[in-house]
Design a protein around this ligand. Structure first.
Ligand SMILES: [Zn+2]
Length: 256
């Protein structure tokens, strides 16, 4: 029964996270306007048109006023938030660790979807995420530093390759000021190391790279050159390893 309320709670928070994803990068106040509005025609959305997931289905993904298509991202954020809330509840119950970890993952969800949209994220959100992660049980500063440092070094090598070797071979001057990894990725990698430790952390980074291959293949097939954001995939790797650590450790023991 509590599970049911946790799911509903997750959907409602997800609806609020949508507001953050939309308003924070555009610097629109969270309080004013208080009610949500259509991003195309600015019509205020009525309360019964603002029910998580259900309204999206009921409105058939169209604004009732201007008929513009409502993005699938809105119900997606709500469902993802709800599922993550439920899984963390199943891990911790209504423990203090539950509240800390949902707050962290809510921040990471907002960061992920903003990164998808803008390929850049606000620094204060990264700061909130990393400071919150310090309060996760068994967070290790040492491992956080190891991962952040390792990542900076990796970024140096790949960036050197892109700017000095790939740029010359392909004669593409655009590559001269391109960097391999985003700056926003570093705090997330530190969170991964600190929360998961070295072994599990490496599994998380490996999973993140696997997840990130899919959009990369899509880009090649579609011959588009969209920059793939990495934060969402790092978060997916972190989440999988954080929730299913026992399962992954068992597999690792089988291999090593
Ligand atoms: Zn509209």
């Amino acid at each position: 029964m509590i599970e049911f309320f946790v799911v509903i709670f997750g959907l409602i928070i997800g609806s609020f996270l949508n507001v953050l994803v939309y308003r924070l990068p555009l610097s629109i106040s969270l309080i004013n306007p208080k009610r949500s509005f259509c991003t195309s025609c600015n019509t205020q959305i009525k309360w019964y048109e603002n029910i998580p997931v259900l309204s999206y289905l009921y409105l058939k993904a169209k604004c009732p006023n201007c008929s513009i298509k409502i993005s699938i991202v809105y119900p997606l954020v709500e469902i993802v938030t709800s599922v993550i809330t439920l899984l963390l509840y199943l891990k911790y119950g209504l423990d203090i660790n539950f509240y800390i970890s949902i707050f962290l993952f809510y921040t990471l969800i907002v960061l992920s979807f903003i990164d998808f949209e803008y390929k850049a994220v606000p620094d204060y959100l990264l700061l909130i995420a990393i400071v919150t992660s310090f309060f996760i049980v068994d967070f290790s500063f040492q491992n956080a530093m190891i991962f952040a440092g390792g990542f900076v070094l990796l970024d140096f090598f790949i960036t050197y390759y892109i700017q000095n070797i790939k740029a010359k071979i392909t004669k593409n001057d655009d590559l001269l000021d391109q960097t391999a990894l985003g700056e926003g990725d570093i705090p997330i990698v530190a969170i991964i190391g600190g929360m998961l430790g070295v072994k599990l952390g490496l599994v998380a980074i490996f999973l993140a790279s696997l997840f990130a291959i899919l959009p990369a293949i899509y880009n090649i097939v579609k011959k588009s050159d969209i920059e793939t954001p990495f934060i969402p995939f790092l978060v997916m790797g972190l989440l999988s390893c954080f929730l299913f650590s026992d399962f992954i450790f068992n597999i690792l023991e089988g291999i090593i």
